[in-house]
Ligand binder design. Structure first.
Ligand SMILES: Nc1nc2c(c(=O)[nH]1)N[C@H]1C(S)=C(S)[C@@H](COP(=O)(O)O)O[C@H]1N2
Ligand SMILES: [Mo]
Length: 346
């Protein structure tokens, strides 16, 4: 949890957005190919960048997967693009694929930012199943295929703000959690949703550490109205492909107005509860990591300010920007917390 403070990076050095967006136009078969060529001419686009950001299919090994289920790849590719504007997308510069997939928090694979990418090779997501449990009419253990079958995927370009004060902008691919929840018919006792990550000491070195400070499996939770909010999505891909292991393959949560640790990875269990579930980081240090953990520049972490953030990619100079209330999603979500003291319910 180290926070560096350096000078601003000129925005001209941040080009991946144009690379990716041009590519989307390219794939749509529009006349914008010419734009891409122009971009190469101006030095914005290189063949290397094209490969990196998705024009070439990635091998399972590139995503730290044992295998890539073709049905899932096809479903991810055959999706709706992010809307041009509105709360479900941001036009801020995208964090390059390379940075979004090599600078990660996934403590099951180690505590270093590079560990999840370097230590998760050969991770198996086939077969994968998700248990639906608790206060629902249709509990059961469902295969990933069954879980995903009725959902059309869409791209959402969201900001992700880690509690450690770095942030990213990522083109996620997924679907609203509300649509999944409705299928399993929670009953009137369901006031909270609890999520659990896979527990697998053989595949996850963090689980083998004898003196781990975190309790496994990794757990997170949301209030029911937070889970049903249209911004809350289940993610199956990023940058035009399925999720790499380090980003939470094959299925993870994304709640863009909360600190990143709420967006639990590699989910195997969704449990509907009457009471507020225990969560991993809150168990570890309840004075530092609250259940709500809404992004809030006015409420400091006990050990550092949350007023600013460092936007990836990290370069020679860090780009520091102001953190926004609810990570910039206040218009959409502030009403969920009306009347609550956000210092008490941090
Ligand atoms: N199971 C699990 N989920 C997790 C984590 C983790 O360690 N284990 N880290 C969280 C944290 S602290 C952040 S910031 C985000 C990072 O997501 P990303 O690596 O896709 O950017 O994942 C969250 N989800
Ligand atoms: Mo985080």
């Amino acid at each position: 949890m180290l926070i560096k403070t350096k000078k601003q990076i000129p925005s001209s050095e941040i080009t991946p957005e144009s690379v990716y967006r041009n590519r989307r136009e390219f794939l749509k078969g529009s006349a914008n190919i010419a734009m891409g060529v122009g971009a190469i001419g101006s030095g914005l686009l290189s063949p290397g960048a094209l490969a990196q950001d998705g024009l070439m299919a990635r091998a399972p090994t590139d995503l730290n997967l044992a295998s890539k289920p073709q049905w899932l790849v096809d479903k991810v590719r055959n999706r709706a693009d992010a809307p041009a504007s509105g709360p479900f997308t941001t036009d801020e510069a995208l964090t390059p694929f390379e940075d979004a997939t090599t600078y990660n928090n996934f403590f099951e694979f180690g505590t270093g930012k590079g560990d999840p990418a370097s230590r998760s090779g050969g991770f198996s997501i086939d077969p994968w199943s998700v248990e639906i449990a608790g206060e629902v009419n249709r509990p059961g253990t469902y295969t990933l295929e069954d879980i995903l079958a009725p959902h059309a995927f869409e791209e959402r370009i969201y900001r992700l703000r880690c509690v450690e004060a770095f942030s990213l902008v990522v083109p996620w691919i997924g679907f609203p959690l509300a649509d999944l929840i409705n299928r399993f018919e929670p009953n009137s006792n369901a006031r909270f949703v609890e999520f659990e990550t896979l527990y697998d000491p053989e595949q996850m070195p963090g689980h083998r550490q004898r003196l781990s400070s975190l309790t496994w499996p990794y757990r997170e939770g949301l209030r029911m109205d937070e889970a049903m909010h249209p911004l809350t999505i289940m993610v199956v891909g990023l940058y035009d492909d399925i999720l790499p292991t380090q980003n939470g393959a094959p299925l993870r949560l994304m709640v863009p107005w909360k600190y990143g640790f709420k967006s639990i990875k590699s989910v195997v269990r969704i449990n509907f509860r009457r009471d507020m579930p225990p969560t991993t980081w809150n168990d570890y240090a309840s004075n530092e990591y609250g259940f709500y953990s809404n992004v809030n520049p006015n409420v400091s972490h006990p050990r550092w300010s949350q007023a600013m953030e460092r936007r990836l990619p990290s370069g020679l100079f860090d780009r520091r920007i102001e953190t926004q209330m609810f990570n910039g999603y206040a218009d959409e979500v502030a009403h969920l917390y009306q009347g609550m003291d956000l210092r008490e319910y941090f």
